[in-house]
Design a protein around this ligand. Structure first.
Ligand SMILES: *Cc1c(COP(=O)(O)O)cnc(C)c1O
Ligand SMILES: [Zn+2]
Length: 401
């Protein structure tokens, strides 16, 4: 049993109502469960595979979900990079190992399942890429029609490829993500499509399971979660989930929630550093990490609470630092991630060097999307293969053996 509750004024709405923003104050809604009525048997959880649906008692879906076995992603110990940074317990939760290659699948398995329960036939989103890829995949699985709005020319190649092959109706907007999001909200309001951006509270329910899985994998909470922040949905979602576990006595403390943005797109960082209660939108966000190229993060209000109330922090890293860390993860740990994902680990490096993060902490970086999402940015950083004639002597001289 759940209801939707305004994060600002507390006004509540029944679960069957299709509403994304409070009618009284326009703020976002969150899913609220009657936690005192929920019986959680951790033995039952542990008997299920590590996945989003291990935690179904804390998810809103009643019937059989639309699932491609999302979640259950590896938590890697970064032994070599950790040693270089002087951190013994540095981990990466590789969300690129989800069905469509990003954590968005955790939200979409729940969001698309809810779309079916609510009787919707067409789902829609605006996207910097991964949300559209994931929505296309889950709409295909569910037999729904998907409409995706993309900022023209600013979506990584792999993500566009996914949206197209899985059958979404893709529209390129001559504008940025923030404008595309305004448009899709308007479209959903006027034409009854079901909106699956992260203002949809059900999506965040799926995403909160990242935190649950990490706690199961480490057999306890880490000291800190570090995430790249775009719309700030994921950092808010993980925090919400942790608070639920705390209320249920399933975890004894809440990790410090830490958000990393790119220098050219850092409204949340500015708000945290400036002690502001609201985020001032960035008019022209720019970064190589297109997944976090977002100037007006819709979940910022919740993210500020998550960061401040846990004693976390926010920091910005340059595109050069992001790309350097993408290469380091690839070459020293065998972990292939897209640029936005590398921002989390680049942020840890910077915060350790600045003395903000203690080297004794147990730190989990969420690396959000797979390397192959954005092959063009990878190729642009690497020397192409050496082309030679098909004979052994050319090979040996090319290799300088
Ligand atoms: C969506 C996305 C983000 C940003 O997540 P938010 O919830 O919008 O803050 C970061 N990295 C990748 C790869 C993403 O797809
Ligand atoms: Zn309200």
């Amino acid at each position: 049993m759940h209801r939707l509750v305004c994060v600002n004024c507390g006004q509540s709405y029944p679960s069957q109502e299709i509403v994304y923003q409070c009618r009284r104050c326009q703020h976002l809604l969150a899913v609220e469960y009657s936690l005192d009525e929920i019986q959680i048997e951790t033995d039952l959880w542990n008997s299920r595979p590590l996945s989003v649906w291990r935690y179904r008692e804390l998810l809103p879906v009643k019937g059989e979900p639309v699932t491609l076995r999302e979640g259950g992603t590896p938590l890697y110990h970064l032994s070599r990079l950790g040693k270089e940074m002087g951190i013994r317990s540095l981990y990466a939760k590789h969300e690129g190992m989800n069905p469509s290659g990003s954590f968005k699948d955790r939200g979409m398995t729940v969001g698309v399942s809810m779309a079916l329960e609510l009787g919707k036939r067409t789902v829609a989103c605006a996207s910097t890429g991964n949300t559209s890829a994931s929505l296309a995949v889950y709409a295909a699985k569910a037999g729904l029609h998907a409409v995706v709005l993309l900022p023209a020319g600013k979506v990584a190649l792999g993500k566009v490829a996914q949206a197209l092959i899985h059958g979404a109706e893709a529209i390129a907007i001559r504008g940025n993500f923030d404008e595309a999001l305004e448009m899709v909200q308007e479209l959903c309001r006027s034409h009854g499509l079901y909106l699956l951006n992260s203002i949809n509270p059900y999506r965040l329910e799926g995403q909160k399971t990242i935190g649950f899985e990490v706690i199961d994998q480490l057999k306890g909470a880490p000291d800190r979660f570090v995430l790249p922040v775009g719309n700030a949905g994921n950092i808010s979602a993980i925090f919400k989930g942790l608070m639920e576990l705390k209320a249920l006595d399933l975890v004894d403390r809440i990790p410090m929630m830490t958000g990393i943005q790119a220098k050219g797109s850092q409204p949340v960082v500015r708000a945290i550093k400036g002690g502001m209660d609201t985020v001032v939108p960035e008019q022209k966000p720019e970064t190589v990490a297109t997944a976090i190229r977002i100037g007006a993060p819709v979940n910022a209000e919740k993210a500020l609470v998550a960061i401040r109330s846990t004693g976390g922090t926010a920091e910005a890293v340059t595109d050069a630092e992001i790309l350097a860390m993408q290469r380091e993860l690839a070459r020293k740990e065998g972990i292939g991630v897209e640029p936005a994902s590398a921002a989390s680990v680049a942020g840890v490096k910077k915060l350790v060097e600045n003395g903000v993060i203690d080297r004794d902490e147990c730190i989990v970086c969420v690396v959000t999307g797979h390397l192959l999402k954005d092959p063009e940015t990878v190729i642009g950083q690497c020397k192409p293969p050496t082309e030679i004639d098909a004979d052994i002597s050319s090979l040996v001289s090319a290799l300088r053996l």
